[in-house]
Design a binder for this molecule. Structure first.
Ligand code: VGL
Length: 206
């Protein structure tokens, strides 16, 4: 019997994982679809990854992993060719320090998929974020990466829709801002949908 006044942790314990979205060469300076300020998320995310790793938390890193011919690319889609599977542009940023054991999530692997969301169906269960997160009883994602108005937005909204809690690190994201204000609007949309907005330095990882 629990004494009255003693908090019951066992029933609503949350299990946190880190979700780093698309910190890839093509979205950073000199890349095929460089996001303004994209590189600047790297030094913010690295200490977070180190903290998470020390705590034994699961870290996920998504990557756009497109076929060379994709409806996502011009002339059918809106974007220049970027993050083609296996090419240098699809590699994670050179300075990104992903802890050993980071789970890589490929997305946009089918020619008919934009792959904006980290929950884009993977090739198999091994690479499916929803399946993997369920297996590990993850309930909460701490999310950061690129780009605020596309893949971060889609991933965070999808996670919330699926019942995960999400903390979004406002100092570790950057927007394409095709239309000025897109990033800010996406941030507001994610907040309105239930994301908690925080800064990487002091985000609680418990
Ligand atoms: C992204 C535009 C096109 C992203 C991907 O990672 O946010 N943005 N493809």
């Amino acid at each position: 019997m629990q004494e009255s006044g003693t908090p019951t942790h066992s029933t609503n314990r949350r299990t946190t994982a880190i979700l780093i979205v698309d910190v890839q060469q093509d979205f950073c300076a000199g890349g095929a679809l460089a996001v303004p300020g994209g590189d600047q998320v790297v030094p913010v995310v690295n200490p977070l990854l180190a903290r998470a790793s020390a705590l034994g938390l699961t870290c996920y890193a998504t990557r756009d992993w497109h076929p060379s011919h994709s409806n996502h690319f011009r002339p059918r889609g809106p974007w220049p060719v970027h993050c083609v599977a296996g090419t240098p542009g699809a590699q994670f940023h050179d300075d990104l320090r992903l802890p050993t054991g980071t789970v890589i999530v490929n997305k946009g692997v089918r020619p008919d998929s934009n792959g904006y969301s980290a929950f884009d169906p993977g090739q198999d269960d091994e690479t499916d974020l929803a399946v993997d997160a369920a297996r590990r009883s993850i309930t909460h994602f701490v999310a950061a990466g690129l780009a605020t108005d596309y893949c971060v937005r889609a991933s965070v909204l999808d996670a919330l829709r699926r019942g995960f809690e999400v903390t979004l690190l406002a100092d570790a994201i950057a927007a394409v801002d095709t239309t000025p204000g897109d990033g800010q609007r996406a941030l507001e949309e994610m907040r309105a949908a239930g994301a908690v907005i925080a800064a990487a330095v002091d985000v609680p990882l418990g």
